[in-house]
Design a protein around this ligand. Structure first.
Ligand code: ATP
Length: 590
């Protein structure tokens, strides 16, 4: 399938595979291996490339310093001989495995593979995982193992869409999956391709694939598409899309990838039970984090931290989950997705009793609009002309950062649809064209193995120094944690450790040469006591720079990564704010 070029040939190979090797009652066993991202029966393996590399090294009994182990750990870079496979973990693993496994197939059956993958997912620690991988390695050859690695990483690179696989399997498979998100059920119900399946409606307790937004480049295009229609414009939030399924005293919080986020139950369950005034319903909306100390939404990324209690102890008491409901899909005992958005808004108003900062309504006259700071735009408005769209977009971008969503009030809600019932308008992307050399000014403690140890850094830009002088102040710029290997991170921390001083709330002890804001998300756990003692990091970010409320610099980066440690660059050669602004301006819109 992977090698064939055309989609039609790929599809026919898939069909041949099913017809030749699978009995109809075993379709699920096979299809879950081909569409691993849609399989919810097994849970997660907890194996991203770096952990998988460590487990494979153990499973193969290699020394961590050996050339092959290093090749696996540095799979992005590729070893001296693996340039071609750099960045493709399965291919790098294949190279390493080829030197250790025979050519003959181990004869593992689909069912045996599924059993071993179940064991891999349920094993709790690395050594158990390594032992399952070792059994897999003993029963396969390198090529088979390469595919198993891709299944574990949930990316088979087959060059065929999930849609085509569904269509080849059964004409109603995609529809049924969209409203149940249950691959097992789809494979079991639709065994006979010639038998059509009655369209199934959504149900409380089964996640539905969300209605999506089509991207448009400017307000005029958006307005043209909605010509003559009644339209609402809403702020595009940057949290987690969550469907709340309420059933009596029970509630589920399903994310976009159909996972039930039970961590949101904590604190939210009672609110949902008491303030959603119907026994059974499905709400659609965004889960965000509300910062009580600032009376506003916390920065993107906070959800993960609140979910896993990863907030530093200074931040935790101020933040909690906040659900913004913008749609209703099920009410009482019927689905309401076929009603117009206008009617659904009416139902929402009837069903949701807003609770400030915990549960709010995103509709034009909804409760969320009351949560504005003076001078800020509404979160949701009815628009009557292009000027309204332009103004709302401009104001939203100036005050918040994600963009806006426009919705046709006469439209139905359709699972997995991106045909243009909702349009999203986002600001231009700005790409950092080169590395940014920034100075470490503080640190945040990590969790797990890094508990009590600095795992992320607060980095700063230099205030523009007078000619021929060193910078005297550093302005907080962004928080960055990923990119370095464990060893590199350890080396940086060992070097900084003697100069780290505990941050004391509220501001006590903030060295005068650092400029920071009062935002809770910014507060580091420790400061570097003086810039001369610190280290420069080269960071990159291929994602849009955002205007910053959290950090003191006028812009911050989204999803920054540490590219490398600039051991030989002196602290005073840190990028200054003006040079950074020039960089933003020169790359704007590219
Ligand atoms: P993006 O990366 O731009 O968020 P996406 O592919 O994740 O895009 P889209 O369908 O393009 O998803 O945009 C819809 C997403 O935007 C939703 O999944 C939801 O998480 C988020 N969102 C934020 N605010 C709203 C809103 N007011 N209405 C609908 N979706 C919203």
């Amino acid at each position: 399938m992977q090698k064939s070029k055309s989609s039609a040939v790929k599809r026919s190979k898939f069909r041949k595979f099913l017809d030749t090797f699978c009995r109809p009652r075993e379709y699920f066993s096979a299809i879950r291996l081909i569409l691993p991202t849609l399989d919810r029966e097994r849970g997660t393996y907890g194996l991203k490339e770096s952990v998988l590399a460590a487990c494979l090294v153990d499973a193969l009994g290699m020394s961590r310093d050996s050339e092959d182990a290093q090749r696996l750990f540095n799979w992005r870079r590729g070893g001296p001989k693996s340039g071609a496979n750099a960045g493709n973990f399965a291919m790098v693993a294949n190279e390493v495995l080829q030197r250790r496994q025979g050519m003959t197939s181990g004869g593992l059956t689909i069912n045996e593979l599924n059993d071993l993958l179940d064991r891999l997912a349920s094993s709790e620690n690395r050594s158990e995982k390594a032992s399952v991988l070792s059994t897999l390695i003993k029963n396969t050859n390198a090529q088979e193992m390469k595919w198993i690695v891709m299944i574990i990483l949930k990316d088979l690179k087959l060059g065929i869409s999930e849609k085509s696989i569904f269509h080849e399997f059964h004409p109603d498979a995609e529809d049924l999956f969209n409203v149940t998100c249950d691959l097992k059920l789809v494979c079991e119900k639709l065994r006979d391709r010639s038998q059509r399946h009655k369209r199934q409606d959504i149900e409380v307790g089964k996640p539905v694939r969300p209605q999506l937004a089509m991207r448009v480049n400017n307000a005029a295009t958006a307005w043209k598409k909605f010509h003559g229609k009644e339209v609402v414009a809403e702020c595009k939030f940057d949290g987690d899309r969550i469907q709340i399924h309420k059933n009596g005293t029970d509630a589920h919080f399903f994310s976009r990838n159909f996972l039930d986020h039970s961590e949101y139950e904590h604190g939210m369950l009672d609110i949902i039970i008491q303030n959603i005034l119907v026994d059974r319903c499905i709400l659609d909306g965004e889960m965000l984090v509300w910062d009580k100390s600032l009376n506003r939404f916390a920065e993107f990324g906070s959800n993960q931290e609140i979910g896993t209690s990863r907030f530093s102890p200074y931040v935790a008491p101020y933040c909690h989950c906040h659900y913004v409901a913008f749609d209703i899909l099920y009410y009482g005992d019927t689905s309401v997705i076929h009603q117009s958005l206008k009617e659904r808004h009416e139902l929402l108003r009837k069903v949701v009793k807003p609770i400030k900062g915990r549960l709010e309504l995103l509709v034009p006259d909804g409760s969320l609009n009351n949560l504005r700071h003076p001078g800020e735009p509404c979160w949701s408005i009815s628009v009557h002309g292009l000027e309204d769209v332009e103004r709302f977009f401009k104001e939203t971008i100036e005050n918040r950062d994600e963009g806006i969503v426009l919705k046709d009030l006469s439209s139905k809600w359709e699972p997995s649809d991106r045909s243009g019932k909702w349009l999203k308008l986002k600001p231009d992307y700005v790409r950092a064209s080169s590395d940014l050399d920034v100075l470490i000014i503080g640190g945040y403690y990590g969790s797990g193995r890094r508990g009590g140890e600095v795992a992320q850094f607060l980095v700063g830009l230099a205030e523009c120094p007078a000619p021929n002088t060193y910078p005297r102040r550093f302005i907080s710029f962004c928080r960055v944690g990923t990119g370095l290997s464990e060893d590199e991170l350890d080396a940086v921390i060992t070097k900084l450790k003697p100069y780290l001083r505990k941050y004391e709330y509220p501001r006590k002890g903030t060295p005068s040469f650092y400029q920071v804001t009062d935002h809770v998300r910014e507060r580091p756990d420790v400061w570097v006591e003086s810039p001369e003692k610190s280290i420069i990091l080269a960071i990159t970010s291929d994602i849009r720079t955002i205007s910053s409320e959290v950090f003191a610099a006028p812009y911050s980066l989204r999803f920054p990564r540490i590219d490398r440690v600039k051991w030989d660059k002196p602290w005073h050669e840190c990028l200054d704010v003006q040079s950074f602004m020039d960089l933003v301006q020169s790359s704007n819109g590219t």
